[in-house]
Design a protein around this ligand. Structure first.
Ligand code: LRH
Ligand code: MN
Ligand code: MN
Length: 386
């Protein structure tokens, strides 16, 4: 098979970009503002649409509620469509309300739990208005001290709250449950790992699936193993891609460790989960604190495409033969051959053939869009989570 034939597997592969990547962001120490930062969700979508126009890879934008709350979500959806993109997952937010200091969906007080459930029903209403099919829920609940609350009771309350939310979803809609092992609590998070997320999803039903955020694991965790295991269970609903050195750094995916991203994609390709309709939503969850945000997003989606292209190049016949023969080095070499292949030229050829810029980054720089928005927008908003 020719290289371009192998790469035709990329047809239809998409990456979903987060609205919050286009807002100002930073650390608890400092938020640097960037000229041209969007002032509202409409402008965030316009910027996201640029990324899609340049790469042909990013036709959906995830929203975060209430960061992206607008009067008329139908109008936001129509605006997205006019710009050539659509609305993707709707993210709920349980981490910025004083009532949730001791928990939201797990809180001991039924009134607080009811409020947190109601927020999700509100998100489901946004899904109806925008045509979104994914409700994404990251649970920031947890405890800071042993004995602070019953670990077990919190799981029981969570299961009951999730069941109420799940019951509100339509037959075409999914609940995506994201785990994280630390932060904002440091003794015990209530959904710290993929096992806990999976158990809750299995209890809920088929349309409850796990979200794997690459920044949400302890150092040294073998993430591709988790990818493989969730795929085996039929429960890998989505990725939140980003890159990290230390913790949940949310930097450009594939920047610190492109090899890890490749290894993840090898597991994806092994079961054709890169193909449209596989049920895996390849999302980014990133922010760009010091770099240009649109360029940062362009680099991110290209990095994901590149990792997938290399994974597609793995000679699976040779790999299986080496594995079956117990040829340890031989098998490893087959994988590394694919990883070391430079796919940038062939991917540029593919883009050109599809009427896209060969070099999206150069095209972005030459477009003058950054200067245009810097002149037009004054006082861009913060992404929301600081
Ligand atoms: C939590 C998280 C989750 C939130 C996003 C802003 O760390 O990954 O996905 O919605 O960050
Ligand atoms: Mn995330
Ligand atoms: Mn995160």
């Amino acid at each position: 098979m020719s290289l371009q034939e192998v790469l035709s597997e990329l047809d239809g592969f998409t990456v979903e970009v987060p609205s919050w990547a286009y807002g100002n962001s930073g650390t608890r120490f400092k938020v640097f503002t960037t000229p041209g930062t969007p002032r509202d969700p409409f402008e965030k979508i316009a910027d996201a649409a640029r990324v899609h126009a340049l790469t042909g890879l990013a036709p959906r934008v995830s929203l975060h509620i209430p960061w992206d709350r607008v009067e008329d979500f139908g109008a936001l959806s129509a605006h997205a469509e006019e710009h050539g993109v659509g609305i993707g997952a709707i993210n709920s937010n349980l981490f910025q309300d004083d009532d949730y200091k001791l928990g939201s969906l797990t809180h001991a007080d039924p009134a607080v739990r009811a409020k947190a459930v109601a927020h999700h029903l509100d998100c489901v209403a946004v899904m109806a208005e925008t045509g979104s099919t994914d409700l994404k829920l990251w649970l920031p609940d947890g405890t800071n001290y042993a004995g602070q609350d019953s670990l077990r009771a919190r799981q029981d309350r969570l299961a009951a709250s999730l069941a109420e939310i799940y019951a509100a979803l339509g037959p075409e809609q999914r609940l995506l449950l994201e785990y994280k092992f630390f932060e904002p609590y440091f003794y015990a998070m209530d959904v710290p790992d993929w096992g806990t997320a999976l158990l809750h999803c299995q209890a809920l039903g088929e349309r409850a699936q796990v979200v794997l955020d690459t920044g949400h694991h302890a150092p040294g965790t073998n993430i591709e193993f988790i990818v493989m295991q969730l795929l085996r269970a039929g429960r890998l609903g989505a990725f939140d891609f980003n890159s990290r050195f230390y913790a949940d750094d949310d930097l450009i995916v594939g920047s610190a460790d492109p090899f890890q991203l490749f290894r993840i994609m090898v597991e994806i390709v092994a079961v054709d989960a890169h193909r449209p309709g596989s049920g895996v939503n390849f999302m980014l969850d990133q922010c760009h604190n010091i770099e240009d945000k649109i360029a940062g997003q362009v680099r991110s989606v290209l990095n994901v495409e590149q990792a997938l292209a290399k994974a597609l190049l793995v000679d699976t016949e040779a790999l299986t033969a080496a594995q079956d023969a117990g040829d340890v080095i031989g098998a490893h070499d087959v994988l590394m051959d694919a990883f070391h292949t430079d796919v940038r030229g062939p991917l540029a050829d593919r883009r050109e053939a599809r009427g896209l810029p060969r070099d999206p980054m150069a095209a972005y720089r030459a477009s003058g869009y950054a200067a245009e928005i810097a002149a037009a927008r004054v006082g861009g908003t913060q992404a929301g989570w600081l």
